[in-house]
Design a protein around this ligand. Structure first.
Ligand code: ADP
Ligand code: MG
Length: 240
């Protein structure tokens, strides 16, 4: 499958300049970011008005297409820190269902995958992208039928690798954005080899966002393998 549409590169370049010019210190609300009306509407309907610190720092960098190594504790809002760049980047590239998989999110547990999926459905409600969830073992047949229509796939490492190996409809050739969510937990759970195998199967020309609550040696090793010239963002919780 080939990408069906090519956005006008001049328009993309203009957006790029706009993203690079964002002064993070002046961002108080999501409305201060040059996000699409579809995303802003979704955020508003979910009741999100003000980005958290990790969101403020990483959304700008994510929009510009940079690789990011982001560290911030649990509960700091890392999910939107990667979902917003995914939605905006696919949208500005005029990604359609026919373009197949554009973004892949890997997270350690089914429960987290489901939460991310639900958040994407809510915040991304006004976008036309289709999202898929790869967890558990029972619905493989169902997933096989529609996997080639999924633009954003969220799943756990073992199941994603299984699809890569066994499912011809799970086609990563056009994939643009990889998110490694809760990377420290993935590694603690023994997924290092699986994650490395997934990363090795993906196009080298991609954007990778790696999020972790802690920065251990194994996280740095994974970062070395998966990220290119990343921006480091580390946010410490302020006391309320
Ligand atoms: P993390 O992945 O860092 O542990 P989550 O992305 O799961 O954190 O977010 C934690 C909680 O904070 C969620 O309930 C989410 O709805 C809420 N949240 C995230 N971003 C915002 C925001 N900008 N404004 C208000 N609440 C937010
Ligand atoms: Mg999280």
């Amino acid at each position: 499958r080939k990408k069906a549409t090519t956005p006008e590169s001049a328009a993309i370049e203009k957006l790029q300049e706009k993203y690079e010019a964002i002064d993070v210190s002046t961002i108080n609300s999501f409305d201060d970011l040059p996000l699409s009306p579809k995303t802003l509407k979704g955020l508003k309907e979910c009741g999100y008005t003000k980005p958290t610190d990790i969101q403020r720092e990483t959304i700008k960098l994510g929009l510009t297409g940079k690789d990011i190594l982001g560290a911030a504790q649990t509960g700091s809002g890392k999910t939107l820190a990667f979902l917003i760049p995914i939605l905006e980047r696919l949208y500005c590239k005029q990604w359609t269902r026919l373009d197949g998989l554009g973004a892949l999110v890997i997270t350690p547990t089914r429960e987290l995958a489901y939460q991310i999926f639900e958040e994407l459905r809510r915040v991304g409600e006004h976008h036309e992208f289709s999202a898929g969830l790869i967890i558990g073992g029972k619905d493989l047949k169902f997933e096989r039928n529609r996997m080639d229509q999924c633009n954003i796939v969220i799943g756990t490492p073992g199941r994603i690798l299984q699809h890569m190996d066994e499912n011809p409809l799970f086609d990563c050739v056009n994939m643009e954005i990889l998110v490694l969510d809760e990377a420290d937990r993935c590694l603690d759970m023994g997924f290092e080899q699986t994650m490395n195998a997934i990363v090795a199967n993906l196009p080298a020309k991609r954007q990778t966002l790696l999020f972790s609550a802690t920065q251990t040696k194994s996280v740095r090793d994974l970062a070395r393998l998966s990220l290119k010239n990343p921006a480091y963002v580390s946010v410490h919780e302020h006391s309320e």
